[in-house]
Design a binder for this molecule. Structure first.
Ligand code: KIV
Length: 266
C-alpha cells in the first residue's frame, strides 16, 4: 500500500469515508499504529505531557520534535506523518514558521505539519504552503494558548465565539491549509464548519460529524493517568498490563525462578 497523501485526505472527504488519526512519538508505537492501518500519525507536542512528564506543552522544543518525528518516520510504511509546530517555533515570525516547518520535512521525514491557530497564522500558512509544506491548521482549544484561555476549556460556546471560529476556519482554508483540526468545540459547530469547508476536518472533542478523528495514543491505550478529558475513549489499560509483567519479573528474580535453564547457556 502506498503512503497516504493529502490527496487521499480530500478523496476520503468527498467519498464520505472517515479519516483516522492518532498520535505517536517513538518507533515501537508508530509501528503498531501504522500496522493497524491508521491514516495519519501526528507527532504531537502533547509528547511534552505524555512522554516527558511536563505540566503542559509549552516547554517542548523544535529539536525535541525533530528527534521524535525521526523515530516515527523510520517506523512508518503507510501512514502520513505530521509534525506538530511547538510553542515559539512560529509565533515570532513567518520566516521562523517556514524554516521550522521545513525542518520536519527535510530532517525528520514528515510529509506535513500542524500549526495552532487560524486567522493569526494565516500569513504563516500561506508562506508554508507556497514553500510546498502541507499545513494542517488547529483551531478551537489550542493548548499552547492555555494561559490566554485560562485552562483547557471547551471553546465556541457563545454565538459570538462560534461566528469567530467559523470565520477562522474559512481563513485557514483560504490560506491554503489542506485540513483543519477542531479541538474541544460543540459538535453542532463542528458539523457546520465541516459542511461549509471543502477541506477535511479532524475532530478531537468535536463530536461525530467531523471528516475524521484524532486522539492522543497514551489516552487511548491507558498510559496517561494524570487527567482523562471527557472526549477520550480508553480502549486498553496498558499501564496495568505492564505493571503486572514487571511485578512478575521482580518476583521471579527474588524467588530464583528467573533465569531458569531455558534462559541460560551450557
Ligand atoms: O499535540 C497533540 O497531540 C495535539 C492533539 C491534541 C491533537 O495537538
Amino acid at each position: 500500500m502506498p503512503k497516504i497523501t493529502i490527496q487521499d485526505f480530500s478523496k476520503k472527504k468527498s467519498e464520505k469515508k472517515k479519516i483516522t488519526m492518532l498520535t505517536a512519538y517513538d518507533y515501537p508505537f508508530a509501528q503498531i499504529v501504522d500496522e493497524a492501518g491508521i491514516d495519519a500519525i501526528l507527532v504531537g507536542d502533547s509528547l511534552g505531557m505524555v512522554v516527558q512528564g511536563l505540566e503542559n506543552t509549552l516547554p517542548v522544543t523544535m529539536d525535541e520534535m525533530i528527534y521524535h518525528t525521526k523515530m516515527v518516520s523510520r517506523a512508518v510504511k503507510n501512514a502520513m506523518v505530521i509534525g506538530d509546530m511547538p510553542f515559539m517555533s512560529y509565533q515570532a515570525s513567518v520566516e521562523d514558521a517556514v524554516m521550522n516547518a521545513g525542518r520536519f520535512l527535510k530532517e525528520a521525514g514528515a510529509s506535513a505539519i500542524k500549526i495552532e491557530g487560524g486567522a493569526e497564522v494565516a500569513e504563516h500558512i500561506k508562506a508554508m504552503t507556497k514553500s510546498d509544506i502541507p499545513v494542517m491548521s488547529h483551531i478551537g482549544l489550542t493548548p499552547q494558548s492555555i494561559h490566554r484561555m485560562g485552562g483547557y476549556k471547551v471553546q465556541g460556546k457563545t454565538e459570538e465565539a462560534q461566528k469567530k471560529l467559523i470565520k477562522e476556519a474559512h481563513i485557514a482554508e483560504d490560506a491554503g491549509a489542506f485540513s483543519l483540526l477542531l479541538e474541544a468545540i460543540p459538535m453542532n459547530l463542528a458539523r457546520k464548519i465541516t459542511e461549509e469547508l471543502s477541506i477535511p476536518t479532524i475532530g478531537i472533542g468535536a463530536g461525530p460529524f467531523c471528516d475524521g478523528q484524532v486522539l492522543v495514543l497514551h489516552d487511548v491505550i491507558g498510559l496517561f493517568e494524570r487527567f482523562v478529558p471527557k472526549f477520550v475513549k480508553r480502549y486498553a489499560n496498558l499501564k496495568e498490563e505492564a505493571l503486572k509483567a514487571i511485578k512478575d519479573y521482580k518476583e521471579d528474580i527474588e524467588k530464583g525462578a528467573f533465569p531458569s535453564e531455558d534462559q541460560s547457556f551450557k
